[in-house]
Every structure is written in C-alpha cells, then in structure tokens.
Design a protein around this ligand. Structure first.
Ligand SMILES: NC(=O)c1ccc[n+]([C@@H]2O[C@H](COP(=O)([O-])OP(=O)(O)OC[C@H]3O[C@@H](n4cnc5c(N)ncnc54)[C@H](OP(=O)(O)O)[C@@H]3O)[C@@H](O)[C@H]2O)c1
Length: 280
C-alpha cells in the first residue's frame, strides 16, 4: 500500500468508495474489501449506508485504529448550522466515537467559506475527527478555506479521472501538502473502453481499471477511491502494487483529458475551475 502522511497520520492512497452501495450490498462489499486488504473506506451521510459500513468494520475482526474511515457532512446541514449535530449522527450510525477524516461534502451555494469550515475545526478539537477536509471546492474556495479554518485541512476530495483536468485544485492541494482524493477515479467506468487505455492494459498485462488506478497513484499527493459492487473488481482494483506505468504511459493517459469530461455537476455545484493538461 502507498500512504500519504499528514500530521503523523498515514492515509492509505487506495480506498473503497461506497456511493450507491446500500443495505446488504454495502455490508457485503465493505466486509469483503477489508478481508482483501482495503484499509480506507469512504462514505457520507447522504449515501445512507453508514450503519452497514459501521457494522462491516465492527464485525471485521480488525482493530478500529487499523482502518481509515471518511464520512461527509451534507451541505444543507452545514448551511443550517448543524455540522456538529450531523457529525454526532454519523458517528452514531457508524458505531464509532471518532472518524479519521470528516469532509464538508459540497460548498454551500452563496454562503461565506468561514462559517462552513469553522465547525470542522470544532469537530476536530472535540476529538471527533482526526483530520478534516473539504470536497468539491474550487481552487479559490480551497484557498479561502485554508485561510479561514483555524485547523489545518488535510484533504480535498474532487472528481478526477483521465477525462477531467484538475490542475488548479491539485496544485493548490500539493502546495499545502494536502492529500487530493480522486472521486469517480475510473470515470464511473466510462474511461475503461477508451482505446488508448485498452492498449496500455494489453502492454502492461493488466486490465483497464488497473491502468487508470495506477495512473492516479503515480501522481504526487493523490489517492483514489473506486467503487464496485463486484467482488472480482474489488480484488483486481486492489491488485495494482506490482507494476508501474512508464513516463510515456502516464503522458498517454494525461492526453485523454477533454473540456466536457466532468460527470458530476448537480444544481448546487460551484462554478468549476478549468484546467490545463498536466502533461503540457
Ligand atoms: N465527494 C463527492 O461528491 C463524491 C461524488 C462521487 C463519488 N464520490 C466517492 O467516490 C467513489 C467512487 O466514485 P463513483 O462511485 O462515482 O465511480 P467510480 O469508482 O469511478 O466507478 C464506479 C463504476 O465503475 C465500475 N467498476 C469498478 N471497478 C471496475 C473494474 N475493475 N472493471 C470494470 N468496471 C469497474 C463499477 O461497476 P461494478 O459495480 O460492476 O464493478 C461502477 O459502475 C464513490 O463511491 C464515493 O465514495 C464522492
């Protein structure tokens, strides 16, 4: 496993995403993931699976401290001044008294950044979260968050995959030695049929998802949290530590970025950054 160290805490750079996994599926996949060796699990209040994630962790036979667990506060709770309350509810559902990383899931439309990030610092001071961070913030929002938050931000989580350039936020995150977590890291499966990715998979004797996940992990400060409901994919997505993409291979993947590559763009999203290619 590769790790990013922040404030003496080692964050595994490959984790399991759990969006859209619910009920028995969520319990089964998280349990299996922990058995395979995953030690970083990503959930959110809004995914409605915190109870199953918590149960899978509790019944895994692993020590709580051996698992890096992330959850997220929904933006309407942040807007309504209920971050602390929402944190307590998540901890209750997860059946744990602390979270490793708590994130503001989205910036609140039209609200100053300061009142959005101050509650994160309070949650950390209260010992309920070891690390704090944000998700879906633009470069300018991230810079403001870093300035306005009384505690250091460890992480930003954003959509990132070979079709989407994220240079502005990536560079800012690296500047503060934060971890950048790529969500939808395999483009929700959409990048896997790309001929260039398929060719790299053949050359490296790996499958397309392994190529893309390896591309993430070979970038400084980047983690990836692929989601799957298939035990086979769960295993293959974790089997990426025995090969390396060459500089040429990395460049090929960077070359797939395109202006319309974004997949997640709800009504409440901020005005996104546009980036330039890392390879340029
Ligand atoms: N912060 C945010 O706002 C935010 C937003 C979106 C996502 N996230 C987080 O990021 C995680 C991952 O993102 P995501 O769920 O959007 O998409 P993703 O991980 O990029 O893609 C998931 C899709 O890829 C397929 N897949 C996974 N492994 C595969 C493999 N080896 N071969 C072929 N297909 C494969 C899965 O199908 P199968 O089930 O058939 O394998 C599923 O349809 C989420 O679960 C969530 O934890 C956060």
């Amino acid at each position: 496993m590769l790790f990013h160290r922040f404030d003496d805490i080692d964050i595994p750079r490959l984790g399991l995403g759990t969006w859209q996994l619910q009920g028995d599926d969520a319990y089964r996949i998280v349990s299996k993931a922990l058995e395979i060796g995953y030690r970083h699990i990503d959930t959110a209040a809004v995914y409605e699976n915190e109870e199953e994630v918590g149960r899978a962790i509790a019944e895994s036979g692993l020590k709580r401290e051996d698992i890096f667990l992330t959850t997220k506060l929904w933006w309407k709770d942040i807007r309504d001044g209920k971050s602390a309350e929402a944190m307590d509810k998540s901890l209750d559902r997860l059946g744990t008294d602390y979270i490793d990383l708590i994130l503001n899931h989205w910036p609140v439309p039209g609200m100053e950044i300061k009142p959005q990030v101050e509650p994160l610092a309070e949650i950390k001071s209260a010992g309920k979260a070891r690390l704090i961070g944000v998700s879906n913030y633009t470069q300018q929002q991230l810079l403001k968050a870093v300035t306005d938050c009384p505690e250091r931000l460890a992480n930003i989580q954003c959509e990132y995959h070979p079709m989407l350039n994220q240079d502005p936020v990536l560079k800012t995150a690296r500047g503060f030695d934060m971890l950048f977590t790529s969500y939808s890291p395999i483009g929700q499966g959409k990048v896997l049929a790309n001929p260039a990715i398929k060719r790299l998979a053949e050359w490296n004797k790996k499958d397309p998802a392994q190529i893309v996940l390896r591309w993430h992990l070979q970038q400084a400060n980047v983690a990836a949290i692929p989601r799957t409901s298939s035990e086979e994919h769960l295993k293959s997505n974790f089997d990426i530590f025995d090969f390396e993409l060459s500089a040429e291979d990395m460049k090929t993947v960077y070359g797939l970025m395109r202006p319309d590559g974004r997949l997640i763009d709800p009504d409440w999203a901020p005005e996104w950054d546009t980036g330039t290619s890392e390879a340029a």
